[in-house]
Design a binder for this molecule. Sequence first.
Ligand SMILES: Cc1cc2nc3c(=O)[nH]c(=O)nc-3n(C[C@H](O)[C@H](O)[C@H](O)COP(=O)(O)OP(=O)(O)OC[C@H]3O[C@@H](n4cnc5c(N)ncnc54)[C@H](O)[C@@H]3O)c2cc1C
Length: 477
Amino acid sequence: MAPPADSPARPHPDGIRPLLERLSQRFTAQQLLTGKGQTAPFESDGLTAFRTHPGAVVLAESADDVVDVVRLCHTFGVPFVARGSGTSLSGGSLPIEGGVVIALNRLNRVLRYAPQHRVIVVEPGFINLQVSKHAAPNGLYYSPDPSSGPVCTIGGNVAFNSGGAHCLKYGMTANHVLGVKAVLPDGEVVTLGADSLETAGPDLAGMFVGCEGLFGVALEITLRLLPIPERYHTVLAAYDSLTKAGDAVSKVVASGLLPGAMEIMDRLAIEASEAAVHAGYPLQAAAALIVELEGAEEEVAAEIPLLDEVIRQSGAYEVRVAKSPKERMDIWIGRKCAFSAVGRLSPDYIVQDGVVPRTRLGEALTTIEALGREYKLRIANVFHAGDGNLHPLILYDGRVEGQLEHAERLAGEILRMCIRLGGSITGEHGVGVEKLAYLPEMYSETEMALMNRIRRAVDPAELANRGKMLAAASKGA
Ligand SMILES: Cc1cc2nc3c(=O)[nH]c(=O)nc-3n(C[C@H](O)[C@H](O)[C@H](O)COP(=O)(O)OP(=O)(O)OC[C@H]3O[C@@H](n4cnc5c(N)ncnc54)[C@H](O)[C@@H]3O)c2cc1C
């Protein structure tokens, strides 16, 4: 399926030819891929229902390679998209038809590591989980932990302001990026931010985070590291209703506790996860809530009795506490593999990513359940409950005529519910191409116009990731 056709005119078939000539002078045949067979692996990302053909793929090996491709694209007016590991679930790294994909996986070096300052500078293709591995010998780690952490890149995380189970206490990617060196869509190279949060002027590095590749390509990223918590206390609580589990989250927060993570999985997600990794989740439960306290030894010890009391009063019928690092990992592995495990239940599924205020979680979950019944589609729920960040996984069979569109309509209803309840259409997976139509429903005309003006100021020709997030700008909104 092709993405919505509301981007500006596609490049003329001849449009990319002069660019290809220049690229072939600059890059080896191993770096410049143009044949259909060669570019096929780049036609899609984690949102596999969408697929487009790039005109070329450049496998960049250095920052200079990236700068040169961007400059040439600017010269010839050809759009480009930066690509990390291609795990975007909203079509963020989907190629622009006939445009250039700049693949960044080979830019995977640590450029500077200063444990005494708790700072690391990496290239954009550096893998998320590797940051913590690199810092572990110094008792440090990188906090944002998307479930895709073993494969996704820091560049992709920056573009999407990615989150993870442990972003409740310490925040999303935006809270851990100190600086970004980037090539702008016109080929100029800029350094935004610095080694510390205290710097002059507006927070331009902050603006780059979450821009979904629209402001250019990150070449170097300076990340903040944190000390590894001294102690974790991980609880798995089973409930006989999803709404009760949702309400328990509000009760934990109302008690004054700020856990490191609070995650919920419903029965369908538990079933899939158990079949895949046998983490020992309660199979009869309508929902499982994972709550993890983390921090200094004394702090966690002082919080445990209060958490016990809140969970007891929330109506959990079974409570398991991890007694060893292995038992903790078992609990987390069940949660972290849940998305991929759901693939066992259905040939296809859409992962939604709406956010609702935490206090309205119970209501939102009840509505999702009702929508599933109305549309006659199964929905598995796995989500960052502490942030109110829902991940309904809508199960469908793409081989059945019309079922993808039916599932997309249901997904749209869920997003509109999130807006109605005062939340957001995305918590961490971005707008990409998937949620383009819903952004103007979330923001006012004035707010949309402001975002479009900023985008055009940086990239008047809309070369960088054209057709994503702010495609409306192309239509003169
Ligand atoms: C099984 C699974 C689980 C997931 N779990 C989570 C989760 O828990 N939390 C979460 O937030 N996400 C999650 N995701 C989504 C995805 O992994 C994240 O969005 C991730 O940040 C994408 O990284 P990537 O390297 O794959 O980027 P890509 O998919 O390659 O690109 C994503 C976006 O970033 C842009 N981009 C990439 N590199 C750069 C750069 N250097 N400069 C500018 N723009 C760039 C691309 O143009 C694109 O718009 C999950 C995905 C899967 C498949």
